[in-house]
Write a protein that binds this ligand. Structure first.
Ligand code: ZN
Length: 359
């Protein structure tokens, strides 16, 4: 802080037997997205009764600046107020690393590759944190310190929420099968493109490495996975729902061998997937007061209204209706919508699955 006082982040580490993959889970990098903290609380409670095969690190309140960024009765904390940059777009990625590594270690065994490449990534981050003579922004320093912990794990979960939202998951395309271990019905499959988020920062290097080895004829699987888990709506804590989500995460960790089998199984449900390029933002065509109509998670047939916008300025005009129904000419699945009923033209009104498929 400007006073010189240090801001801190709580870190819970639980030691496992060392026979399973290690896990890193963080929550609340975006200030208003608080439900992940409740899920981490429930995970800590549940983990006391589990046999951990891998180490687990849990970091609630990951962003001490964002958590305290309030305006009136609302929490902001999606963007660094000083730079305007999204807090989840400041992680580090070195797109040269995998290629350089494979040139140096073309024939090494997979276990050595796993540990050495991790060391390379950590050295790369340390270089940014400690040997950057020109310094770092506040946001990058927070992000890199979190990333330093995340990079040491095999499985990474970054807990978020939408504004007003259903549960959904961002999943790397290659880990598609793992999406069904979570009790989350909607999954966005993301390509190997780094855009600054923690999930990408932790899986893109390994995906790059897999491809760089493939290019020299070696087919390797490093068993690294990373997800952004969207737990519902912002500004809400629901401890009962957090318990449901914590069990869902344990189902995933059990399936990956990070905890011993203890009856955690994913529910049977229809799961829908959608490629990131088909995960569409619907921008409001006009300003006005929005009555959100479409249900989350269910296919909305073409022509059915997503929302209606009340425009009182149209009320007294001849041939004009104050209610404007917003529809699309294709079937979509609404996933989340804007938090306020008052919008401008161009406000991000809904996010929707188009061209979706069953997982
Ligand atoms: Zn978020």
């Amino acid at each position: 802080m400007a006073s010189g006082v240090e801001l801190t982040v709580p870190v819970y580490r639980i030691k496992g037997r060392g026979t399973g993959p290690s896990v890193y889970i963080q929550a609340n990098i975006h200030g208003a997205e608080v439900q992940g903290n409740a899920v981490i609380y429930q995970l800590l409670e549940l983990l006391q009764k589990q046999t951990l095969l891998g180490d687990i690190t849990l970091v609630p309140y990951a962003n001490p600046v964002g958590c305290n960024h309030k305006n009136g009765e609302y929490t902001l904390g999606r963007f660094d107020p000083i730079t305007g940059v999204n807090w989840n777009r400041m992680y580090h990625f070195n797109d040269e690393l995998a290629k350089q590594f494979v040139e140096q270690y073309p024939d090494t065994d997979v276990d050595t590759i796993r540990s050495e490449f991790r060391r390379w990534m950590l050295d790369d981050i340390d270089e940014q944190l400690d040997h950057n003579i020109f310094g770092l922004t506040t946001g990058r320093r927070i992000a890199y310190q979190l990333q330093r912990m995340a990079l040491q794990a095999d499985l990474v979960l970054d807990l978020h929420t939408g504004p007003i939202s259903s549960k959904h998951l961002y999943c790397p395309e290659y880990a598609k099968n793992s999406a069904s271990y979570f009790n989350i019905p909607h999954t966005i499959l993301i390509p190997n493109d780094f855009a600054g988020a923690l999930d990408e920062a932790t899986f893109c290097p390994w995906w790059d490495l897999t491809q760089a080895y493939q290019a020299i004829g070696r087919k390797l699987d490093f068993n690294k996975e990373s997800f952004t888990v969207e737990l519902g709506s912002q500004e809400l804590i629901d401890l009962d729902e957090a318990l449901v989500d914590a069990k869902s995460i344990l189902g995933y960790l059990q399936a990956k061998g990070a905890i011993a089998a203890n009856g955690f199984a994913p529910d049977a449900m229809v799961r829908y997937g959608c490629m990131l390029k088909d995960y569409k933002v619907f921008y409001s065509p006009m300003g006005g007061m929005v009555d959100y109509l479409a249900e989350f998670g269910e296919p909305l047939p073409a022509g059915q209204p997503l929302a209606r916008i009340l425009r009182m300025d149209n009320y007294s005009e001849a041939d004009s209706d104050p209610l404007h129904y917003l529809t699309l000419d294709q079937t979509v699945i609404p996933i989340l919508h804007f938090a306020s009923a008052s919008v401008n033209q161009g406000t991000e009104l809904y996010k929707l699955f188009s061209n979706y498929f069953e997982l």
